[in-house]
Design a protein around this ligand. Sequence first.
Ligand SMILES: O=C(O)CCC(=O)C(=O)O
Length: 282
Amino acid sequence: MAPTEQEIRTFRRDGVVVLRGVLAGHEVDALRGAVAEVVARPGPLAVQVSDGGDDGDFFLEDFRRWQDLPSLEAVARESALPAAAAALTGSPMVRLFHDHVLVRGGGTPKRTPWHQDQPYYDIDGSQTVSFWLPLDSVPVDESLQVVAGTHLGPWLMPRTFRDGAARWFPEGSLAELPDIDADPAAFDLRSFSVQPGDAVCFDFLSVHGAPGTSDDRPRRIVSLRYVGDDVVRAARPWRTSPPFPELVGVLADGEPLDHPAFPVVWPGDRLPSSTPRPECGR
Ligand SMILES: O=C(O)CCC(=O)C(=O)O
C-alpha cells in the first residue's frame, strides 16, 4: 500500500500522517510474536517503566531487537514500510535506523511525555520517518499525539522522562518544549483512532507524546524508524538513547550511516550484523 500523493504532501507539510492498512495480517501477527518474545526476554536496552506490581501498572520499552528477532527483522525489511519511507521522505535510499517496542498493560496511566526523537540520537539530517504500529485497536483518546509543524524545528531540549534532567545537551543550549498540556487548544494536535495494520508516520523532529491506557485496553506498539540518504552521523560526547557504541571510532562525524547496524532496506538489502549493546533509557 504505497502512500498517495496527498499523504506524501501531508507528511511533508505537517510532519505527521496516518496510513491505513499498510501492514498485512500476517505481518501484524509477526510483530505480535516479536513483542511476546520481547516481554518474555527483554533485551539489554530494555526499560521496565512499571512492572505490574502492587498497582498493576505494566509498561515495558525495548530498543534495537531486530537483530535477534527474525520476525521483527522480516517486517522491518520486507513489508511495505521501506517503500513508504522512501516515498514520504523523498529519499531514493532508505536505511532501517532502529526498532522501539512499547508495551502497556490495561489500566496503566503513565504517559509518554511530549518530546522530539531526533535530539536523543547521534544523527543529523531531515529525511526521517517513524512508523508507530499498533498491534491492538487504539481509540483516538488513547492514541499517539503529534504536534503538526514541529518537524520544521527548532530542536527542543531532550530531558529524561523520569525526572526531567538534561542528560544530553547542556542546560540552556536548546529551546525548551512549550507547556502543551497547559493549553492544548493552542497547538495543532493530530491523533488518530487506529487498527492493527495502520501506521502513524511522523518525522524524528515532530513533537509527540502518548496517553496511558484505560482498564480494558492493553496497548502493544512497535515503532520502526527509517532514515534517508541525507542522514549522517553526528557523534555525541554522551550516551544516546538508544546508544550505538559500535559506531565510536568507526563512523566519523558527518559520515553516512554506512554500517551493518543500519541496513539498506530500500532498494536492495545488506546482511545484518549482531553487536553487543549496553543499557539504555530516557
Ligand atoms: O507509544 C508511546 O507511548 C510513545 C511512542 C513514541 O514516543 C515513539 O514511538 O517515538
